[in-house]
Design a protein around this ligand. Structure first.
Ligand SMILES: [Fe+2]
Length: 215
């Protein structure tokens, strides 16, 4: 995030990250059409509005307008959080030909077994918590760095997992915009089906790297 007093918060400071795969490569778990819209429209809009809010903040700081600065915090948190969360989400996914869906190994696999009993139990918990989430939000596998302990947590809207004191390892977007188009095609029980199928394209190698980098 830009630092107060920084010379410029030009729009190129925050740009849409490229994906490591083509939009259609996560099918049938996630349709290519949804991936394209989610990346180019939804994520891009968070970035656009984040940059806009930061530019307004810069002006408010110059003007010494405390009221305007306080008022901008909501837009900064929401849109900045949207950028942070989606940037993690894209990396947490991979086509099956690139290892998507292959179970974790090593230290993360052991930690999941210790904390949840098995990978299947972790998945069941994240699916249940994600399905039960009211409104828009995310379900996460996070790390409590102090306790060196894994935890499942949900966040509302675009709150980043850091707001709950956890390091994000794996985030699943349970906003309707992540799956709604599949309501009329493959997914009858839309949200539970989306959650059930997304595990086929989870990039556990990326999740493991985030875990080991924070131990
Ligand atoms: Fe999203």
């Amino acid at each position: 995030m830009a630092v107060a007093g920084q010379q410029s918060r030009a729009s190129h400071s925050f740009t849409l990250p490229d994906l490591d795969y083509d939009y259609g490569e996560l099918e049938p778990a996630i349709s290519g059409e949804i991936m394209k819209l989610h990346h180019t429209k939804h994520h891009q809009t968070y970035i656009t509005n984040f940059v806009k809010a930061l530019e307004q903040l810069e002006q408010a700081e110059k003007d010494g307008n405390a009221e305007a600065i306080v008022k901008l915090q909501g837009a900064i948190n929401f849109n900045g959080g949207g950028h942070v969360n989606h940037s993690i989400f894209w990396k947490n996914l991979a086509p099956s030909k690139s290892g998507g869906g292959e179970p974790p190994e090593g230290k993360l696999a052991s930690a999941i077994k210790d904390e949840f009993g098995s990978l299947e139990k972790l998945i069941a918990k994240m699916n249940a918590d994600g399905a039960a989430l009211q409104g828009s939000g995310w379900v996460w596998l996070g790390l409590n760095k102090d306790l060196k302990q894994l935890a499942v947590q949900t966040t509302a809207n675009q709150d980043p997992l850091a707001s709950k004191g956890l390091v994000p390892l794996l985030g699943i977007d349970v906003w309707e915009h992540a799956y709604y188009l599949q309501a009329w095609t493959d997914y009858k029980n839309v949200k539970p089906d989306y959650l059930k199928n997304i595990w086929k394209v989870i990039n556990w190698s990326d999740v493991s790297s985030r875990y080991e980098a924070n131990l």
